[in-house]
Design a protein around this ligand. Structure first.
Ligand SMILES: [Zn+2]
Length: 116
């Protein structure tokens, strides 16, 4: 696949993600874990955060989930790890460090009742 085709695919994917986020504005997706346990999960608030981000409201996005941008970056890194000129060990360390941050922030948000 040429670089131009890859770029077009990435742009199309980005547009579809934005459209999906805009479509989600009127839809609420219940958290199965929260429904079953009455305890929020580490990803609770992500949908609302992405929706707020798609609407351009960064403050509201951070309120719903402060790590949305970090999680998106980690997912991009994980999905494109073979295409990057970075050592696999470094990528693994970044992903592990990111996962630790996600867990620590989850425990902090949970213990301070900060998950909306
Ligand atoms: Zn959840």
């Amino acid at each position: 696949m040429t670089a131009t085709k890859k770029l077009i695919l990435h742009i199309v994917a980005l547009v579809l993600i934005i459209l999906a986020a805009l479509a989600l504005r009127s839809i609420t997706i219940p958290c199965v874990f929260r429904e079953l346990t009455n305890i929020p999960c580490p990803s609770c608030g992500l949908t609302r955060s992405i929706r707020a981000l798609a609407s351009g409201d960064l403050r509201l996005s951070l309120y719903y989930h402060p790590l949305t941008i970090l999680i998106a970056a980690l997912l991009l890194l994980a999905f494109h790890r073979n295409k990057l000129k970075i050592s696999s060990k470094v990528i693994d360390l970044i992903l592990i460090a990111g996962s630790v941050v996600i867990i620590v922030v989850y425990i902090y948000r949970l213990s301070n009742n900060l998950i909306p």
